[in-house]
Design a protein around this ligand. Structure first.
Ligand code: GDP
Ligand code: MG
Length: 736
């Protein structure tokens, strides 16, 4: 008897890997999927009837619809498409505490006509909370065996193996449970069906229809799916256009039909919550999702999150940056002076530092997001926000990514993976980068502190009470939030037409978050940030270092060397104190750096740019800073440090840098940095797509160059126009 292959599928975090380990006792072989470097874990599974099987852990996914190569693995592995081995049975792991969300994938698997067993996981949690799920009823609704398990405690594992043996021993396969759509969408499915390769459908019409629906939801002009026949792709594109011309929304209809079924089924299989928990949850919900109290509470919670993000994380940020600078200095002390040392300290260490300095805030934000998700409050927040988000054309589920955007766009863009619909996902990705991320903060701090009066100075208070500086900062946050929403409304009515997905109204009971799960989520998300953004930021910092360092003008450095010698020799001869000589030398060093920068590629680029940015009130030096900022926004500050001959060791708190900005004049003696220029500059930073890592992540997530290019152009174009209006408008009003 040949060994059967049993695949294990489910949403991310539903307990697949834990179950995999309980079923096999962890002797997993780890390899790659054929032709793709995505980890593939398999191990021997001994079944009670003496059969030996191979258990295969499939990457977690919320839906089988795919547009990227990575997402395609789930469907290919479950349906055994093309090079993928055909599984003899599939265990669909369903997290019982999030039944509705998890059943979505189960429904898609059922449609593929496979031998399916559903493992209802997390039953220990359900039991502890007294939540009942009628497994017999669920099994009847789905038409396949449903087994209660607790992967973590090992409960129900024997039953699950039994059920797998049974399903392998029979011939019966699953059926889809959602009624086929008719109308335009139904005809589109019919039209695509003949193009489904025989090797995919195996002569089964129901499976053919399921794969046709899958193709209609997954393929488009720029998906990255492999081994899809050209004829199929063309038919799908034609049918999608027809549906669109008929004014219907294909994705929305398919997704809604599934959720409609799920809503009904959940109501039938889920018991009433036990009295105490029900009363507790109801009592809380009466308050927390009511518009009158709910919104103020929500604002309060958000206020606390921001407090944590900016106040509580400050000491951690200090520690991180101190450790990095000590590290850089000690490396600098060991290495011989010269290019290599400059590269290591200014390129490499600065690059790594630029990445990890964000970690405290990212950890803090994800601590709160995990707490809110695990306690059940996030579902309420999404529910409250859904009304607003919907009016704009976003789904309530876009709320978490938008919130994450306040820390960093990168994890936020990755968080859009929970959306089933491409439209919702793309739209959210295109507006998240406008949210005020933590990299803009030091830039705002520098500009506000340098160009606007502090509360104890004249004009530093508004109405004699509010600090002007603090108000400006708040205004920048409001500005970005409002603009992100406006951008969503505009893009959602033009480029991404259509309605947003219905929000699944599954309000889970409130529960205490488990520390392990919170820590795990924080770890996962920071790991993603470091690996995804880290490499890009590091590369960009190095490229920037090269731009600002080369070409090296040897004649110039010889001149400075000569002058340094002169200062030293004459100083010593005239009995100038050593400290004064060192001071003079360091001023000279700063001048040399500034001149080098002017002659470097970056400096030349800045001067070439000047005509473009002059209407915004910026000079070429700001242009050089902006070039630096396109790698990562906070690089602006260290670049300005170099521009003004102070070295790159400056930060937004450095007083001499502020003084330099205040003293800088145009050739005709006007100040360069007026408050109006400061405002124009902040508006530019608020809107321009100045983050290479974000663009790289968008490229990765959409598998296309088109979207990062679009994102970059529309944001940067908007930034230019907005800054232009601010600066020129301000001048017309008589500010200068
Ligand atoms: P995967 O992403 O689907 O592979 O999920 P994991 O196996 O990594 O599990 C996700 C989290 O859920 C982990 O923290 C597990 O410890 C936890 N978990 C898995 N199964 C159970 C279970 O039956 N009960 C409880 N309480 N936690 C579980
Ligand atoms: Mg896993």
């Amino acid at each position: 008897m040949s060994r059967s292959v049993v695949a294990i599928a489910g949403n991310p975090n539903c307990g697949k890997t834990t179950l995999f380990n309980s079923l096999t006792g962890v002797h997993a072989k780890v390899g790659n999927y054929p032709g793709i470097t995505v980890e593939r874990r398999e191990a021997a599974l001994h079944l009670p009837d003496g059969r030996d099987a191979v258990l295969l852990d499939i990457p977690g996914t919320y839906s089988l619809s795919a547009r990227t190569a990575e997402e395609q693995i789930a469907i290919s592995a479950i349906a055994g498409l093309n090079r993928f081995q055909d599984p003899d049975a599939v265990i669909v792991v369903v997290d019982g505490t999030q039944l509705a969300r998890n059943l979505y994938l189960a429904l898609q698997v059922l449609e593929l006509r496979l031998k399916v067993v559903v493992a209802l996981n997390m039953c220990d949690v359900l039991e502890r909370e007294g939540v009942t799920v009628d497994t017999d009823k669920l099994s009847e609704e789905l038409g396949v065996a449903v087994v209660r398990v607790s992967a973590i405690r090992g409960d129900g594992i024997a039953d699950l193996k039994e059920a797998v043996s049974n399903v392998l021993a029979t011939d019966g396969v699953s059926h889809g449970v959602v009624q086929r759509l008719n109308g335009t969408v139904g005809s589109a499915v019919d039209a695509v069906m003949p193009e489904i390769p025989e090797g995919w459908s195996r002569g089964d019409d129901e499976r053919r229809a399921a794969l046709a629906t899958w193709a209609l939801l997954s393929l488009d002009e720029e998906d990255e799916l492999w081994e899809v026949p050209e004829a199929l792709r063309e038919t799908v594109l034609r049918q999608r256009r027809l549906v669109e011309e008929a004014g219907e929304d294909l994705d929305l209809q398919v997704v809604s039909a599934r959720y409609q079924w799920i809503d009904g089924a959940c109501a039938r299989v889920m018991g009433e919550l036990p009295g105490a928990l029900r009363r507790f949850t109801d009592a809380f919900d009466r308050v927390l999702i009511s518009p009158i109290v709910g919104f103020p509470v929500f604002l309060l919670v958000m206020g606390m999150v921001f407090e944590a993000l900016f106040t509580w994380s400050a000491p951690l940020i200090d520690i991180v940056s101190n450790v990095m600078s000590v590290f850089g200095e000690s490396l600098g002390a060991v290495l011989p002076e010269g290019l290599l040392r400059d590269f290591v300290t200014d390129g490499l260490v600065a690059g790594v530092g630029a990445v990890i300095v964000f970690l405290p805030q990212i950890l803090m934000l994800f601590l709160f997001i995990s707490l809110m998700e695990d306690s059940g409050y996030m579902a309420r927040a999404a529910f409250l926000m859904d009304r607003i988000m919907k009016a704009i054309g976003l789904t309530g589920r876009a709320f978490v990514p938008m919130l994450s955007g306040f820390a960093c766009a990168i994890p936020a863009i990755m968080a859009t993976r929970t959306m089933e619909r491409r439209r919702d996902r793309m739209l959210t990705m295109m507006v998240v980068p406008i949210m005020t991320c933590s990299a803009r903060l030091p830039v705002y701090t520098l500009i506000i502190a340098a160009l606007y009066p502090a509360p104890d100075q004249a004009g530093g208070k508004i109405f004699g009470f509010f600090s002007l500086q603090a108000l400006l900062m708040v205004a920048m946050y409001l500005f970005s939030t409002v603009l992100a929403l406006v951008a969503a409304a505009v893009l959602g009515r033009t480029l991404f037409r259509g309605e947003s997905s219905p929000l699944l109204l599954e309000l889970p009971p409130y529960r205490w978050p488990s520390p392990f799960s919170v820590i795990r989520q924080m770890w996962e998300r920071s790991r993603l940030f470091v690996t995804e953004a880290g490499t890009v930021i590091l590369t960009c910092t190095i490229v920037l270092w090269v731009l600002l360092t080369f070409p090296r003008d040897l004649a110039l450095s010889r001149d400075y060397a000569q002058e340094a010698v002169t200062i030293e020799v004459t100083g010593v001869a005239e009995g100038v104190p050593e400290n004064a000589i060192i001071d003079q030398l360091s001023v000279l060093g700063g001048l040399e750096d500034a001149e080098r920068l002017r002659a470097s590629w970056g400096g030349r680029l800045g001067r070439t740019l000047e005509p473009v940015i002059a209407p915004l009130g910026f000079d070429w030096k700001i242009g050089v800073g902006l070039i630096g900022a396109f790698a990562a926004r906070e690089v602006f500050i260290s670049t300005m440090g170099v521009v003004y001959g102070m070295g790159d060791g400056v930060d937004e708190e450095t007083v001499p840098l502020r003084e330099h900005l205040q003293a800088e004049v145009w050739p005709d003696g006007r100040r360069v940095y007026t408050p109006l220029v400061g405002l124009s500059l902040m508006v530019f930073f608020a809107l321009a797509a100045q983050c290479m890592s974000t663009l790289a992540v968008v490229k990765r997530e959409t598998r296309s160059y088109r979207w990062p290019v679009f994102l970059f152009s529309y944001m940067t174009g908007l930034a230019w126009i907005a800054s232009f209006c601010v600066y020129q408008g301000g001048r017309l009003l008589g500010y200068c």
